[in-house]
Design a protein around this ligand. Structure first.
Ligand code: ZN
Length: 306
């Protein structure tokens, strides 16, 4: 079975208007920072869009029919998939691993991956430190406002992929439009926010102590070698693939896991034995485990399985 999903949008101070203008996303404010494309997290849940289950949360649906998530998932959707439009720099932040998050936050840890859907010519990201630091060095850099000199700033281009493991300090830079696939978690420890103020004129909260607990302070080296074929990332939490389609795309079936399809560009149809949906840029589909599916048209997608 294929379900079309309706996303949940979030307005944060660094967001832009591209998700609304180019990807057809809707929300209460003009600015849309994030669109949660696949989420069963209590902070924002995807809804089924159309058909017999129109308006039902994906979480309720999966609770009712746990087998649709696939054997590997045991009735849970352990990933959260977002589109992120960074008109401005995001805060420098870190996420805890499962052990720490479950102990102190009652949530999962967060390893995430980024696919750079689009970016400005001079866009960059922050990925860990460029030298080995001690916890004391890290703490001092936060206190003395010199963190930006210690971090690894990496220029990016369209199509780049980054796997950001829990414990790696990171930030999305201005001008990046990113597809993010992450563990289902909403725990972020901010350490630097460019001295910005929120809508009420207050600085956003920092979480320096917890960040010091969980951050890997070693020098971070980006794995080189680039992307192998269609595979963007395969890690213990998710596997993410890209497919460029003109005509009939590959036929997929995953018995062990559901699949999530995010359309990055173009238009076409997504087809199973029983259903056909039109698709366009920005659309998201949930394919239940064991369903054979393929896409027809002229488009590029990324799809995620567990
Ligand atoms: Zn993050």
């Amino acid at each position: 079975m294929i379900l079309k999903l309706k996303s949940v949008t979030k307005d944060y101070i660094w967001g832009g208007t591209r998700l609304r203008d180019e990807y057809g996303k809707k929300g209460d404010s003009q600015r849309l920072a994030e669109s949660w494309e696949l989420s069963c997290h209590p902070d924002g849940m995807s809804l089924i869009d159309g058909g017999e289950y129109d308006g039902v949360t994906l979480r309720d649906f999966v609770e009712k029919f746990p087998e649709i998530a696939g054997k590997k998932c045991q009735g849970e959707i352990p990933v959260l998939i977002k589109l992120i439009d960074a008109k401005d720099n995001l805060s420098i932040q870190v996420h805890p691993d499962n052990e720490y998050a479950r102990k102190y936050e009652g949530d999962n840890g967060k390893t995430e991956m980024w696919y750079i859907v689009d970016c400005d010519k001079d866009s960059s990201i922050i990925y860990g430190f460029k030298e080995n630091l001690s916890k004391e060095d890290f703490c001092r850099a936060i206190d003395e406002n010199t963190l930006l000199q210690k971090v690894n700033t990496v220029p990016v281009k369209k199509g780049d992929v980054f796997l950001i493991r829990a414990g790696t300090l990171h930030a999305i830079g201005r001008g990046c439009l990113i597809a993010e696939i992450q563990q289902c978690s909403n725990v972020t420890y901010r350490v630097y926010d460019y001295d910005r103020r929120d809508n009420n004129g207050n600085p956003r909260e920092l979480h320096t102590e917890k960040a010091l607990d969980v951050t890997d302070c070693g020098k971070m080296v980006l794995p080189n070698g680039g992307i192998q074929g269609n595979t963007l990332v395969e890690c213990e939490y998710f596997r993410v693939y890209k497919e460029n389609i003109s005509g009939n795309g590959n036929v997929h079936t995953a018995e062990e896991s559901f699949a999530h399809v995010l359309v990055l560009e173009g238009s076409g149809e997504i087809i199973s034995r029983d259903e056909t949906y039109n698709l366009k840029k920005g659309d998201s589909f949930f394919v239940t485990a064991g369903t054979q599916w393929h896409i027809k048209g002229n488009c590029s997608i990324i799809y995620t399985v567990v």
